[in-house]
Design a protein around this ligand. Structure first.
Ligand SMILES: *Cc1c(COP(=O)(O)O)cnc(C)c1O
Length: 369
């Protein structure tokens, strides 16, 4: 038996600008006064990778980290002490509660059932989510007097806004409901705002904010636009170049027809990489800042672009996926959250520092140049 050789460089890469990520956290932290900012790092830091993002967040000064699933805890504990990790979905089973006890990670209690499960497992420090109107997870205000809640040792009393990125009376209503609930259960700190909630003003900040999207370059509300830098830069390589004659069609269902002879490039990015068909109609990739329009449908693992504005293009060239998130959301019809979390695991995730060091060697099929 021989060892499997190291694979050749992938034809997809995602550069994470960790300096921009750290700047975004510091900006959101400053905007969270009189509170401090934590970080939502669920879904592997919204698809960008815990191992790349969490060290940068720690360096910037972040001390509170939120994941959704118990399966996300182990990767985070490689970087963060357990008492700084909270699990938003809470413990519904004895196994989940026992895991929280064994690791020292803090469950967010979301229901009377979860409160009982936690106490039966021995209890201890927890956070408590109150449902002030999102009707997703959380204890109803009317349930707070239940003995199952009253016996909890609550560190952070939390709630979550349903529509923070909208100018709607629902935000003030939720805040009023949250404030009315605060005296009903003992706690040591409060937490309310997600990224967009930070822009709603100091009343919404409480002690701890929980930005996620904006850390990773999302701009949920124009108020944050001047504060947030792009963090994720996906690129895909050209894997084939060929010429079409007039009348030839491209891709699944032959949606594009060449009206005259043209040169096209096949690019290695598709559904599994988060590049969904909704990019098709108005979409483009760029090479050296020039737009190359998409031709026809995204077809499984590939997309075809018009090379009219890239006369020197070669196999192995990297094309940039336009991922300025507010604009990308407009182009693709996907939400900024979906754009980040859908980036698949075929991307080689590198940080901007790696990128500077490896710019030459990271090029796929470099021998062809
Ligand atoms: C995901 C999440 C956040 C972060 O929200 P963003 O809109 O990404 O900033 C904060 N709090 C809770 C409870 C969450 O589930």
């Amino acid at each position: 038996m021989t060892d499997t050789p190291a694979p050749p460089p992938p034809t997809l890469r995602l550069t994470i600008d960790t300096a921009a990520l750290a700047d975004n956290w510091r900006a959101l932290d400053a905007l969270s006064r009189p509170g401090r900012a934590g970080a939502a790092v669920k879904a592997d830091c919204y698809g960008l990778g815990i191992e790349h993002c969490v060290p940068a967040l720690l360096d910037a000064g972040c001390e509170q980290f939120f994941v959704a699933h118990w399966s996300e805890v182990a990767d985070l504990l490689a970087f963060v002490p357990p008492q700084q990790v909270a699990v938003l979905h809470g413990a519904n089973t004895a196994e989940e509660a026992a895991y929280a006890k064994a690791t020292g990670v803090i469950p967010v209690i979301n229901s009377l059932h979860q409160a009982r499960v936690w106490s039966e497992a021995g209890g201890g420090t927890c956070h408590l989510m109150i449902d002030t109107g999102i009707n997703r997870l959380g204890v109803a205000p009317a349930e707070l007097s239940d003995p199952a809640i009253q016996q909890l040792d609550v560190e952070v009393l939390m709630s979550h806004l349903s529509s923070a990125e909208e100018n709607t009376p629902a935000n003030a209503e939720q805040l009023a409901t949250f404030r009315a609930a605060m005296p009903l259960v003992a706690h040591r700190a409060t937490s309310f705002a997600n990224s967009a909630g930070i822009a709603l003003g100091a009343d919404f900040h409480c002690d701890l904010t929980r930005p996620g999207l904006a850390l990773y370059g999302g701009v949920p509300t124009p108020d944050l636009a001047g504060h947030i830098r792009q963090v994720a830069f996906p690129q895909a390589a050209i894997i084939h170049i060929h010429d079409l004659s007039a009348g030839e069609t491209v891709g699944y269902n032959r949606e594009f027809t060449a009206s005259s002879p043209m040169r096209v490039g096949t690019v290695s990015i598709g559904y599994a990489d988060g590049f969904l068909r909704s990019w098709g109609a108005k979409g483009y990739l760029t090479r050296q800042g020039r737009k190359l329009r998409l031709l026809g449908k995204v077809s499984m693992d590939m997309v075809v672009v018009d090379l009219a504005d890239a006369p020197g293009a070669m196999i192995g060239d990297w094309l940039d996926v336009p991922y300025h998130l507010p604009e990308a959301a407009q182009h693709s019809g996907l939400s900024q959250y979906e754009l980040l979390t859908a980036l698949g695991n075929r991307f080689a995730r590198i940080t901007s520092a790696d990128c500077a060091n490896n710019a030459a060697s990271a090029k796929p099929n470099a021998a062809q140049h």
